[in-house]
Ligand binder design. Structure first.
Ligand code: UDP
Length: 461
């Protein structure tokens, strides 16, 4: 019997690759065949961090195409990367699909594209292949993109995505209040990158979301009822977690340092501050030291992910003088942690996080309270969900000089850990979220509905 063959294509950033690969694992366990398309650069990273004992399963093949950049170009320049991909990748993707369909009798009949790769819509349309969109962010982010026209008509933003009024908005009465200044394309670091994101990612993302028959999202109905009520086309199938599948190999860019799990085993229950800011956040030296000293001041055990120059990010931090001696074994630093396992460990008391959407979903799935320290893009809005809507965390505030001080970090950590209501909210939300994955419940039903749709289309071919 032939397998149904689906092509998946993520935006080339860690959080996007991981969550789409977790979705891919759900598809293969439901009998779909997956071709997972990374850029050449990402493919090399993923394959070199992939454990040899657990390669891609029989139903999944990993392939790659060029992102159009030179080998020496900086892939952390997301503006340039986004613009360059848009120019070359459509042709490369078309060639790849023709090539696969020319020799594989299980032809690609459906594409699932990250909404950040909205240009894929035009390839799917041209080739007559059915399209679904994947949303690796909160549904609220996609709801904003799908509301662009309304936001323009209402005078909230102009045709270039720039806010026209300094005023909070509601996309609908059931959605949280939003500050347009924090729309993610306005928080990418500099005005040129912001504009590139708006032109190449937001506008195309909207077209993709409108064209797609289905949109699947790494979220859950109970987390974002307002966004799903506003756009019922968005089907939450999350939380997507590596632990939902039979493998831990979900497209990490770096080797995970598992020694921190052994270190966690030696710590008392709910005693450890887990500190990690995802794959992109970079601190300046002053902020780094302030954080280091705050962790020292808490007198608590801490596990801190410090991405170093060796991970290709061109960052190399200096610890305060004598720091390592003073900290001893109370603090454990790693350059990349097996985060989902860390958050699932009973020794973890709280998660100091940049509030990337994957980290948010992983923290919530494990009932861990948050200390929120958003850095860019949609992370500011994710913090709103955590602190104001779900009430499972506290936000860290910058002082007038833009620094989150040692005192602020220490005080908020103590405040969070002595707040039983937040702890209880986190555990209740975990229970609600995880129950959605059980057979017959919301995320599980949506996944089945989606897989059935993929299979149905093929029956008619
Ligand atoms: N992550 C990890 N180990 C680390 C830090 C992060 O495995 O030491 C994973 C984390 O579990 C999440 C992803 O990297 O799945 C980061 O995605 P997120 O959306 O939170 O943030 P981004 O990196 O996109 O800013």
């Amino acid at each position: 019997m032939k397998n149904i063959h689906v092509l998946l294509i993520p935006y080339p950033a860690q959080g996007h690759v991981t969550s789409l690969m977790e979705a891919a694992r759900c598809f293969t366990s439901n009998g779909l065949k997956v071709t997972f398309v990374n850029t050449d650069f990402t493919h090399k990273r993923v394959m070199s961090a992939w454990s040899e004992t657990d390669g891609p399963s029989g139903l999944m093949q990993m392939v790659s195409i060029s992102d159009g950049m030179e080998p020496c170009d900086d892939r952390n320049d997301f503006g340039k990367l986004t613009k360059t991909m848009f120019q070359l990748m459509p042709t490369k993707l078309e060639e790849l699909i023709n090539d696969i369909n020319g020799k594989d009798d299980e032809k690609i009949t459906c594409i699932v594209a990250d909404f950040s790769m909205g240009w894929v819509t035009r390839v799917a349309r041209k080739m007559g292949i059915r399209l679904a969109v994947f949303c690796p962010t909160s549904a609220a982010v996609l709801a904003v993109i799908m509301s662009l026209q309304k936001l323009t008509v209402d005078g909230v933003i102009n045709s270039k995505g720039v806010p026209l009024k300094d005023q909070m908005i509601h996309l609908s009465t059931s959605m949280p209040i939003m500050n347009p200044a924090y729309f993610f394309w306005l928080c990418m670091g500099d005005p040129i990158t912001n504009q590139i994101f708006y032109d190449f990612l937001v506008v195309d993302g909207k077209e993709a979301a409108e064209d797609a028959v289905h949109i699947i999202c790494n979220s859950a109905m109970e987390l974002e009822t307002g966004a799903f009520a506003l756009f019922p086309k968005i089907l939450p199938i999350g939380p997507l977690l590596a632990t939902n599948t039979s493998t831990r190999q979900v497209g990490h860019f770096w080797h995970e340092d598992s020694t921190c799990l052994t270190w966690l085993d030696q710590q008392p229950i709910r005693s450890v501050i887990y500190v990690a800011f995802g794959s992109i956040t970079i601190f300046d030296q002053q902020q780094f030291e302030e954080l280091a000293l705050a962790l020292e001041d808490t007198k608590m055990p801490f596990l801190w992910v410090v991405r170093t120059g060796t991970s290709g990010d061109n960052v190399d931090y200096a610890y305060p003088s004598g720091y390592m001696d003073r900290i001893g074994t109370r603090g454990k630093m790693v350059s990349w942690a097996p985060q989902q396992e860390v958050l699932n460990h009973p020794a973890v008391a709280c998660f100091m996080s940049h509030c990337g959407w994957n980290s948010t979903m992983e923290g919530v799935s494990n009932g861990v309270p948050f200390l929120c320290w958003p850095y860019f893009a949609d992370q500011f809005f994710n913090k709103t969900y955590i602190c104001d809507i779900w009430k499972t965390g506290l936000g860290l505030k910058k002082d007038d000089a833009g620094v989150v001080t040692r005192g602020e970090i220490k005080n908020k950590t103590e405040e969070l850990l002595s707040n039983n209501i937040i702890k209880e909210n986190a555990l209740n939300l975990q229970e609600t979220l995880m129950s959605g994955l059980r057979a017959g419940n919301s995320s599980n039903k949506n996944l089945n509905k989606f897989v059935d749709w993929v299979k149905e289309g093929n029956d008619h071919m």
